[in-house]
Design a binder for this molecule. Sequence first.
Ligand SMILES: Nc1nc2c(c(=O)[nH]1)N[C@@H](CN(C=O)c1ccc(C(=O)N[C@@H](CCC(=O)O)C(=O)O)cc1)CN2
Ligand code: MG
Length: 283
Amino acid sequence: MSLRIDGKKISSDIKEELKEQVKQLKEEGVSVCLAVIQVGNDPASSVYVNNKKKACAYIGIESQAYELPEETTQEELLALIDRLNKDDHVNGILVQLPVPAHMDEKEIIQAISPAKDVDGFHPQSVGALSTGEPGFVSCTPAGIIQLLKRSGISIDGKDCVVVGRSNIVGKPMAMLLLRENGTVTICHSHTKNLKEVCQRADILVAAIGKPKFFDESYVKDGAVVIDVGIHRNAENKLCGDVDYDKVADKVSAITPVPGGVGPMTIAMLMNNCVEAALRMNNR
Ligand SMILES: Nc1nc2c(c(=O)[nH]1)N[C@@H](CN(C=O)c1ccc(C(=O)N[C@@H](CCC(=O)O)C(=O)O)cc1)CN2
Ligand SMILES: [Mg+2]
């Protein structure tokens, strides 16, 4: 029997801890405020933005929602970000991704002040992660580290294989595992013998973006499997990059989809907002 890593439970524990911390900070006169910007009305994005607002309300973080029309120009969005960067009341700023095709995502991410970059997507935040300087860490990979730690899974000295090299998940994931003294391999579309590399993993992070790609032939007995994928089939049922039913019996621990990595993203966003307020108040 493998351990089913319960991201719902762990994220809810983290939110409880943050709620207590925010209550304490309020008593000391420190408030926490997150500005969430959505451009257009992509239905999935609207769900995520709504969940972020709900998490803020639960924890006691003020949220400011900016719901901008699809035809908003790059300049208009940059002007809003500039205004929020300069607003001392606002601790964290995020732009929900993806932005509409006519916008320049890179320029938008770079416009957010690194001090308020609670998504951890700014190049300065990414750079700080690799050099060990203080900075915000991308929420999904940070959440995965919490899932492992809070499940009593040690990373030190382990063979960690990350499949996927996106700026938001794969690359920061590799840096975080390295920071925890894992021996890290990053695989991608040009990797030769992907299966053999995955079979060596003590900890396999699947972020390839293909539904149920990883079956039991990719994992070694007793490995820990973290599934970052989220896919919806024709019947609206969710699945990950890992074929859970085929893999679960062979491994020591595995995250389900839904209810594994996904819920941690918002919990870690909330954590970064509190961290931003602490830093802005020199705590
Ligand atoms: N600015 C950002 N944009 C996007 C991010 C991000 O971190 N910052 N990540 C994703 C969307 N996202 C949060 O924004 C997100 C995705 C999924 C989940 C989640 O809890 N998933 C559930 C399933 C939910 C469902 O039913 O669809 C799970 O896996 O259990 C939370 C947040 C892209 N954009
Ligand atoms: Mg404040």
